[in-house]
Design a protein around this ligand. Structure first.
Ligand SMILES: [Ca+2]
Ligand SMILES: [Ca+2]
Ligand SMILES: [Ca+2]
Length: 662
């Protein structure tokens, strides 16, 4: 690899030319401009006053009022523009350089044999110019018409814009598009549209004043990408996208883009295109208030579309999260919130502003709320996410599975099997049409401590786990990346210091799982820094001893379906649970009859039998319905499944006295 520092003066000249072009087109001062350029390294505290952004910082709107940060939700947005405003207003720190060491780049040697995956590939080819050397937050897609063609998009602080690297040899090698064709866009989404054989980035787009990107049929050619818009109506954040490339799907060719809309109540919105990206006028509002748009995906067989959302419990740390699923079965026209899961403690060790962080370094580093990725095949819906572990363990990675199209999910299954209290976080998941799943995540089980930026302190590795039966069982968890990476620093002063990428969207092409991540093995100026890396895993079986995904715990009652004849209506209802109940999560109101909550409960039989008592009896003559909502309490390793069943109650009728037998 030939990596040299370029003269800073040349870089500043280039930046000035780009800025001038943008200023002339009015883009630079657009309220929604973002994804470009650094703010001054020496930002000062400017909260509570109105300031006019100077020409050095086109990301910050002229006259932006720093007191409006919370009202506008700037503090919980993830895009680079919002980060630049936070830095400008003194509400967040930009990155800074660690003490300089040698100026050469140093690549660590392979430390362990390969297990999952093949040889890791560094996506950041070409020159890196300190301090604009941060590349992370990846979105990966392959071309089903030519699986040798793979594109990984990521945030690239070279221009503080979207970057992408393209492979034309099936992922053995990649070339970073240089110069980046993706001016004034960021937050990576990359889609391939099969009917038109066209690649689309679908990002936050300052030129559109909302969402848009660039498209090309020859993605390896930086000059081939042409600009287009998806949405022009206001501040967007956290975009995701999915393309239906299944010719058997009733919605073949549709492309979907979802985002959090901070101009309209912070809710999740979706736009979709039915004409291969020519127009994107179809818009649906998914939520009325703030639920994080974690990621969108679709069923590779049926064309149903799913959005995974997260309620972050108001942020901070500690805080509780819950997972939500939204589903469309009609090509994006209508959407249903099919699932709202139980709350669980979010991962992390502390917080900076709104966001929880995974490391204490520098006052807090690597913001993460537990976000993962959904996948779907044949009506089976999968989701991986992270939650806080036991005691001091900052995070574990969990998998939940639904066999009814995202309505109910089974018991959460912890994918990392280590016995340590080290962190696992920020998981990715891909499904392939052969029924294989591949989950990957960041994992520090092999180390005792981490030091941001220090190349002498190995910290984490990407680990993975595969299922070959659509999530019924899982093979062993094993390393995926080849090196235990140092914790990379974020040295670019124009990007918030806590940033190490918010997601890594994995996907499949034919029977290959394609995953990318941020890695710190490459040093610049003696500091471990962020590079996006890639590897792939074939869908076939690995080790022969899969572990079953546990079934959910569920409730039964002997009263279900029965006709109860008794003088007095029943006031005590006994239910049996397949696994012991966690008493701390149980409440009398978890159980209702005809919508009336119980007044008290008692546990027996090793916490597997619950007696709910009412005063007076809720039962009526005729039909009655007992109900426990999904996730009302925890049993076994997770939330209980929904329980609904009916019984009939009849007071005894007067009968004729039987004749005495002869
Ligand atoms: Ca852990
Ligand atoms: Ca590897
Ligand atoms: Ca880099």
């Amino acid at each position: 690899m030939n990596r040299k520092r370029t003269a800073q003066s040349a870089f500043f000249n280039l930046r000035f030319v780009i800025w001038l072009l943008m200023a002339l087109t009015g883009v630079a001062l657009a309220l929604l401009g973002f994804g470009t350029f650094a703010v001054p390294a020496a930002s000062m505290k400017q909260s509570g006053q109105r300031y006019t952004a100077n020409s050095i910082d086109p990301l910050v709107p002229a006259g932006f009022d720093c007191s409006k940060i919370h009202e506008l939700g700037i503090d919980k947005q993830e895009n680079l523009r919002a980060g630049a405003i936070m830095i400008f207003c003194g509400e967040a720190q930009g990155g800074s350089a660690s003490p300089a060491g040698t100026s050469s780049r140093f690549v660590q040697k392979l430390l362990q044999p390969l297990v999952y995956g093949t040889m890791d590939v560094d996506l950041i080819t070409g020159t890196e110019t300190f301090p604009h050397v941060t590349q992370s937050e990846t979105f990966t897609a392959g071309n089903p018409d030519n699986p040798l063609q793979i594109v990984v998009a990521y945030n690239d602080s070279r221009g503080n814009a979207l970057g992408a690297s393209v492979s034309t040899d099936g992922g053995n090698t990649f070339t970073r598009l240089t110069p980046s064709p993706f001016l004034n866009t960021g937050e990576p989404v990359i889609l391939y549209n099969k009917p038109s054989q066209t690649w689309f980035t679908a990002c936050l787009d300052g030129g559109c004043g909302g969402l848009g990107g660039y498209k090309s049929t020859t993605p390896w050619d930086p000059n081939s990408w042409t600009h287009y818009c998806i949405y022009t109506g206001g501040p967007a954040d956290r975009p995701s996208g999915w393309a239906d490339n299944n010719p058997s799907s009733p919605f073949y060719g549709r492309m979907y883009v979802s985002w959090n809309d901070f101009a309209r109540g912070q809710g999740i919105f979706v736009r979709f295109s039915t004409d291969n990206g020519v127009s994107w006028t179809n818009e649906r509002q998914i939520t009325a208030s703030f639920i994080r748009n974690v990621q969108i995906t679709g069923d590779l067989a049926t064309g149903d579309v799913y959005i995974a959302g997260m309620d972050e419990g108001g942020g901070g740390f500690p805080h509780n999260d819950s997972n939500l699923i939204f589903r469309s079965t009609d090509g994006g026209n209508t959407w249903t919130n099919t699932y709202t899961g139980p709350t669980f403690p979010g991962p992390g060790v502390g917080f900076v502003g709104y966001f929880a962080v995974m490391f204490p370094d520098g006052g807090g580093y690597w913001r993460h709320e537990g976000w993962g990725e959904p996948a779907a095949l044949n009506g089976v819906v999968h989701l991986v996410y992270a939650q806080h572990g036991n005691g001091s363990d900052p995070g574990d990675v969990y998998y939940i599975r639904s066999t009814d199209g995202g309505v109910t999910f089974g018991t959460p299954f912890k994918l990392n099997t280590d016995a340590t209290t080290r962190a696992q976080w920020q998981p990715s998941l891909s499904a392939a049409t052969d029924g294989s799943l591949f989950a990957t995540w960041y994992d520090e089980r092999e180390t005792d401590s981490c030091t941001k930026g220090n190349p002498a302190v190995p910290c984490y590795r990407k680990w993975g786990r595969k299922s070959t039966d659509n999530g019924v069982s899982w093979l062993a968890d094993m390393p995926f990346s080849d090196v235990v990476s140092p914790l990379p620093d974020q040295v670019d002063p124009g990007i918030v210091a806590i940033y190490a990428g918010d997601y890594d969207y994995g996907s499949s092409v034919l029977n290959q799982h394609l995953h990318a991540w941020v890695d710190g093995r490459v040093t610049i100026n003696g500091t471990s820094q962020q590079d996006a890396f890639f590897d792939r895993e074939p869908s076939g079986a690995g080790t022969p001893t899969p572990t079953p995904t546990p079934m959910s715990c569920s409730v039964t009652s002997q009263l279900c379906g029965r006709i109860l004849a008794a003088l007095n209506p029943p006031s005590v209802f006994v239910v049996d649970v397949t696994d012991p109940v966690d008493p701390a999560t149980l409440d009398s109101s978890d159980f209702t009859v005809n919508g009336i909550a119980a007044n008290s409960f008692s546990l027996s039989n090793g916490n597997t039998t619950i007696s709910f008592s009412f005063f007076p009896s809720p039962a009526l003559p005729g039909g009655n319905v007992m109900h426990i909502p999904a996730g009302a309490f925890n049993c076994g390793n997770g939330p209980v499944l929904e329980f609904t069943c009916a019984f009939r109650y009849f007071p005894p009728r007067p009968r004729p006295t039987p004749s005495p037998r002869p």
